[in-house]
Design a protein around this ligand. Structure first.
Ligand SMILES: Cc1cc2nc3c(=O)[nH]c(=O)nc-3n(C[C@H](O)[C@H](O)[C@H](O)COP(=O)(O)O)c2cc1C
Length: 247
C-alpha cells in the first residue's frame, strides 16, 4: 500500500528521545481557552447536575448508536446536562477550571456548537456553548435541520434528532504547546467529549450517534468558522428513543 499523508503524519509527529524540544512555552502568547460571542443573545442554563441517576454499569451495557428518533422534544434541563456532561466545568484548582472530559495539557481546544431542531423552551437555531458561564450563545435562529443533514452526507438523523452537537477545534490552543503533534491530541480530546455525551444521553434515556462523515467546509460555513484556524472535527446527534427502538 502507498504511504499517504496519514502515514507521513504519524511518522513525523512521533516523540523520540532525540526529538523533544527543550524550549519553554511562550506564556505571553497563550491562546485564550474560551471562545466568546460577546454580542450574542444568551440563554442561561440551569446548573443542576444531578439528573444522571443510572449506574455506570447499566449505561455501559445500554449505550449503542441510535439513528431514529421520536417526535418528542428533549427538555432544556436535559440539554443543560448533556452540555455539562460532555465538556462542562467540573472543578477549579488553583484558579484553573477543569472540565468533565480530560484534555491534553488541559488546553481544551474543542468548542461546542449545537443545532437545535426540537428542544422544549429553546428556539430552533444554532448556538455556541459558552463553557465558562454554562450558557448558550445564539448565533442564528431558524430551522437548520436540512442544512446540517446535507452537510453530513444526507444523514437524515441530523434532521430528526432533537439536537446536533458540532465540535470544532481551535487548533492553536494546542499547537501553542505541542506543535504538529497537537493534532493527535485534539482528535483524542474530541473522542472523550463525544463518549461523555453518549454515556450521559444513555443515562437520561435518550439516544445518540456520533458522526464523522461530513463535508467539513459545509459544516464550517453553517456555524461561521473559517475552517483553518478553527474547523469542525466531529458531531453527534441526540434525541428521544422511538418506541421499541433498538437502532
Ligand atoms: C469516529 C466515529 C465516526 C462515526 N461516524 C458515523 C457516521 O458518520 N454515521 C453513522 O451513522 N455512524 C457513525 N458512527 C457510529 C458507528 O457506526 C458505531 O459506533 C458502530 O457501528 C458501533 O455501533 P454502536 O455504537 O451501536 O456500538 C461513528 C462512530 C465513530 C466512533
Amino acid at each position: 500500500m502507498n504511504s499517504g499523508i496519514g502515514d507521513k503524519f504519524q511518522k513525523e509527529t512521533k516523540y523520540s528521545r532525540f526529538s523533544l524540544g527543550k524550549g519553554g512555552l511562550d506564556w505571553r502568547n497563550q491562546p485564550d481557552l474560551y471562545k466568546k460571542y460577546p454580542n450574542s443573545k444568551k440563554i442561561k442554563l440551569d446548573s443542576q447536575k444531578n439528573l444522571l441517576k443510572d449506574s455506570l454499569d447499566n449505561v455501559l451495557k445500554n449505550r449503542r448508536s441510535i439513528r431514529n428518533f421520536s417526535e418528542k422534544p428533549v427538555t432544556k434541563d436535559q440539554l443543560s446536562i448533556l452540555l455539562w456532561a460532555s465538556t462542562g466545568i467540573q472543578r477549579e484548582e488553583h484558579g484553573y477550571a477543569f472540565r468533565t472530559a480530560p484534555s491534553a495539557g488541559a488546553l481544551y481546544p474543542i468548542e461546542t456548537y449545537i443545532v437545535v431542531n426540537k428542544v422544549k423552551n429553546v428556539p430552533n437555531g444554532i448556538y455556541h456553548y459558552l463553557i465558562k458561564d454554562h450558557t448558550l450563545e445564539e448565533l442564528k435562529t431558524g430551522d437548520f435541520g436540512d442544512d446540517i443533514t446535507h452537510a453530513a452526507l444526507e444523514q437524515k438523523m441530523c434532521k430528526y434528532a432533537s439536537i446536533v452537537f458540532i465540535w470544532t477545534s481551535v487548533f492553536n490552543r494546542s499547537k501553542w504547546k505541542y506543535g504538529e503533534r497537537a493534532y493527535r491530541y485534539i482528535y483524542l480530546d474530541a473522542g472523550h467529549i463525544a463518549e461523555n455525551l453518549a454515556l450521559a444521553s444513555t443515562s437520561l434515556g435518550l439516544g445518540s450517534c456520533q458522526i464523522a462523515a461530513l463535508y467539513d467546509d459545509e459544516v464550517n460555513e453553517l456555524i461561521g468558522v473559517d475552517g483553518t484556524k478553527e474547523s469542525v472535527i466531529y458531531m453527534s446527534v441526540v434525541g428521544n428513543l422511538e418506541k421499541n427502538s433498538k437502532e
